[in-house]
Design a protein around this ligand. Structure first.
Ligand SMILES: O=c1ccn([C@@H]2O[C@H](COP(=O)(O)O)[C@@H](O)[C@H]2O)c(=O)[nH]1
Length: 278
């Protein structure tokens, strides 16, 4: 999916919601455990219940690879069930020396080789240029690079200042910007970082940001929009547990839809206030 197509979907759906698919078999409704592939059955129901309300889906790969071969099969079926008008994000946080990163990129992008053809993948940039650029060599695909994450531990390194007063996440963005473009690079910025978005936008005014941390982690959608939205919206705001685990009963998909709808409605207001839609 291109940047222009993503912006178009945001305008059509009046939403910049990304639904996380971190499917934990211990948290899904009991009646699904009788299914041949309970994880896929759960994901399919969530996708069908939310597809018109979101512009992206983000399976976190840990929740699939932890089940070995069966988990990868659930992931593949889930990826195939994702609507074509939504950006598919493999939240895999990969990155290694160049020839290994190339294999990771093939694993998630090259459908002919691996059976998976995600639109984008999250990348940990710690190993530098050769660990990131193999993901940028795939036409039409996106690398979503960790910049300022939502977790407590983000403060361990990401805020370190150099002698010019620039924090590490600012230096990361400045450097990574030189490897790609706003057409194939996004950054991860946690919704819990509020005013941190001001600095992020100084360094990446036009890039899309993938923003996890609303819902279960307590980040504020309003703050994210106030400090992080740009003229094209420039945001994909993710919620996972707050949507997919809204109920453990027979009504789980309906309750997931209700939670997604609440976020979509708040997003519509933000898009109208910013003059992006009318
Ligand atoms: O900084 C980051 C980067 C990634 N994540 C991932 O996003 C989702 C958040 O799930 P919630 O249930 O909505 O909290 C999850 O897959 C994380 O691994 C993040 O939270 N923060």
């Amino acid at each position: 999916m291109t940047r222009a197509e993503l912006i178009q979907q945001i305008k059509i759906k009046k939403s910049f919601l990304c639904v996380g698919l971190d499917t934990d078999i211990t948290k899904i409704p009991e009646h699904l455990l009788a299914e041949e592939d309970p994880i896929y059955a759960f994901n399919k129901a969530i996708i069908e219940a939310t597809a018109d309300l979101c512009v992206a889906y983000k399976p976190n790969i840990a929740f699939y690879e932890s089940y070995g071969i069966k988990g990868w099969q659930s992931l593949q079926k889930t990826w195939k069930a994702l609507p074509k008008d939504c950006l598919s994000i493999a939240d895999a946080k990969r990155g290694d020396i160049g020839n290994t990163s190339k294999m990771y990129a093939q694993a998630f992008f090259d459908e002919q080789q691996s059976g998976l053809g995600f639109d984008s993948i999250t990348i940990a940039p710690y190993m530098g240029k050769d660990s990131v650029t193999p993901f940028l060599d795939f036409d039409g695909k996106w690398a979503i690079v960790l910049a300022l994450t939502s977790n407590e531990g983000s403060l361990d390194f990401q805020n370190f200042q150099n002698t010019s007063g620039l924090q590490l996440f600012e230096q990361v963005i400045d450097k990574v910007n030189t490897w790609g473009t706003i057409e194939n690079l996004m950054y991860v910025v946690g919704a819990t970082r509020g005013e941190g978005f001001i600095k992020i936008r100084e360094h990446a005014p036009d890039h899309f940001l993938l923003v996890p941390g609303v819902g279960a982690q307590g980040g504020s959608l309003q703050d994210v929009c106030q400090y992080g939205m740009n003229k094209d919206c420039g945001l994909l705001v993710n919620s996972t547990r707050g949507i997919i685990y809204a109920s453990k009963g027979l009504d789980f998909a309906d309750r997931a839809r209700e939670e997604a709808l609440k976020l979509q409605q708040e997003m519509e207001v933000e898009l109208i206030n910013a003059g992006i839609i009318s």
